[in-house]
Design a protein around this ligand. Structure first.
Ligand code: SF4
Ligand code: SF4
Ligand code: FES
Length: 231
C-alpha cells in the first residue's frame, strides 16, 4: 500500500504492507518503527479512550487507532496528515494549546458553591437538565470536531464545537453557579452565534456526541438571558 504522510509543506511516500485488521495508527507505527524513526506522531491508549491519536486521514479527521485501513483506503493508497485547524509542532503532532485555551475562554471549568463540609449534591440521572447533557459530558477533548469545523478555519478566534459543548454541559449543571458569566463568555462574535450549524462536528465526532445541539442550546439560553435583561 502507498502511504502519503504530510511532513511540513509536502507529502512523503512510504510503502507499507497490508495486514488483516490493520488500523491507520498501525500504519503510522510501522513507518516510524521500520522505515523512518524520525517520524513524529502521538498516541496513548490505542483503544479509543484518550483521543490523542487524532489525525487527518484522506482529509477527514479521525481517531487513527479506531480507523481500519480497509474502510478508508482508496484503492491501495492512503493519505495521513496532522489535525486541521491547529498549529503543527512536527509531522503529525499538533499543538493543542489554543484548543484548550478556548475551553478556558468559554469558562469550561466547574465553579460550585458547596464546600467539602456540605453533603454531596444529588443530581437525579433522569432530571431534564441532566438528560440534556447526558452525551455531552462524555467528550474526551480529542479535537476531531474542531478539525472538522469550517468556521474555525475561517475565523480562528471562534471558540469551536468542543469548548462550546463543554460550556453547555456546565450551563446545565445544577451544581455550578457561574451560568451568567459563562453565557457572557460564549455570546460574543467568536462564540455560539458564529456557528453556522454545518453539523460537520457532529458527523465526525467519534463518540457520536452532538456539539451542534449543544451550541443550539447555548444560543437559546443566551437569548433567554437577554430577554430577561440578565445579559
Ligand atoms: S465533541 Fe467529540 S470530536 Fe469533539 S473533542 Fe469531544 S469527543 Fe472529540
Ligand atoms: S455545527 Fe457549528 S461548530 Fe459544528 S462544524 Fe458546524 S459551524 Fe462548526
Ligand atoms: S490512541 Fe487513544 S484514542 Fe487512539
Amino acid at each position: 500500500m502507498k502511504v502519503f504522510v504530510k511532513r511540513g509543506d509536502s507529502y512523503q511516500e512510504f510503502e507499507v504492507p497490508r495486514q488483516p485488521s490493520q488500523t491507520v495508527l498501525d500504519v503510522v507505527t510501522y513507518i516510524q518503527r521500520h522505515l523512518d524513526p524520525t517520524l513524529a506522531y502521538r498516541y496513548a491508549c490505542r483503544v479509543g479512550m484518550c483521543g490523542s491519536c487524532a489525525m487527518m486521514v484522506n482529509d477527514v479527521p479521525r481517531w487513527t487507532c479506531r480507523t481500519h485501513v480497509d474502510k478508508v483506503a482508496k484503492g491501495d493508497r492512503i493519505t495521513i496528515g496532522p489535525l486541521r485547524n491547529l498549529p503543527v509542532i512536527r509531522d503529525l503532532v499538533t499543538d493543542m494549546r489554543e484548543f484548550f485555551d478556548k475551553w478556558a475562554r468559554a469558562k469550561g471549568e466547574f465553579h460550585g458553591a458547596q464546600t467539602k463540609k456540605d453533603d454531596f449534591a444529588k443530581v437525579p440521572p433522569q432530571s431534564p437538565e441532566r438528560v440534556l447533557v447526558d452525551k455531552g459530558i462524555e467528550c474526551i477533548g480529542c479535537g476531531v470536531c474542531y478539525a472538522a469545523c469550517d468556521v474555525v478555519k475561517w475565523n480562528p478566534d471562534y471558540l469551536g464545537p468542543a469548548a462550546l459543548n463543554r460550556a453547555w454541559t456546565l450551563v446545565k449543571d445544577a451544581r455550578d453557579n457561574q451560568t451568567l458569566a459563562r453565557l457572557r463568555a460564549v455570546s460574543g462574535d467568536a462564540g455560539c452565534h458564529a456557528c453556522h450549524s454545518h453539523v460537520s462536528c457532529t458527523e465526525r465526532c467519534p463518540k457520536h456526541l452532538s456539539p451542534t445541539a449543544a451550541i443550539a442550546g447555548l444560543k437559546r439560553e443566551v437569548a433567554k438571558a437577554v430577554l430577561q435583561g440578565d445579559l
